[in-house]
Every structure is written in C-alpha cells, then in structure tokens.
Design a protein around this ligand. Structure first.
Ligand SMILES: [Zn+2]
Length: 80
C-alpha cells in the first residue's frame, strides 16, 4: 500500500465534496474542509494561504482549495 500524497488527498477531498468555499472575491478566499481528522479553515489573503491544521508547507486542505479557486494562480513556491 502506497502512502497517499498531499496532492492525492486533496483530489480525494474535492471528489468527496469535503471542500466548501464560503467566500471567494479577488484577493480573499475563505473555505472549510472536512479533513480526515476534523474541520479545517483555509484562508487565502493577499498572496498567502493559511490552514488551521497548522501543518508545515502545503497541506492537503490547502491544496484542495488551491485546485478549486483561481487564487493559487498567483502563488509561487507551491508545487502542484
Ligand atoms: Zn490543513
């Protein structure tokens, strides 16, 4: 059994309807993600993403929101 990557998990979260974008305006995105271990708040503001799970780097919650909004198009340094 192979370990699930953050990207793979992000696709799974999106496919299972676990991602709810609650606000999406230019420069600001708020979303909630039902992860495997609870509910997380993902925020994009002025070029930076943050997630309440406090994982270092790009967690699967953040990547899931990145994939379903245009916000990530201007984010540098996150591998896709
Ligand atoms: Zn997270």
């Amino acid at each position: 059994m192979t370990r699930e990557t953050a990207e793979g998990k992000a696709v799974r979260l999106l496919g299972s309807g676990s991602v709810s974008v609650t606000l999406a305006v230019p420069g600001l995105v708020n979303a909630t993600v039902f992860g495997d271990h609870g509910l997380y708040a993902v925020t994009y503001r002025r070029g930076g993403f943050s997630c309440s799970c406090l994982a270092y780097g790009g967690c699967s919650h953040l990547l899931a929101v990145l994939r379903c909004t245009a916000a990530g198009h201007r984010v540098a340094g996150l591998s896709r």
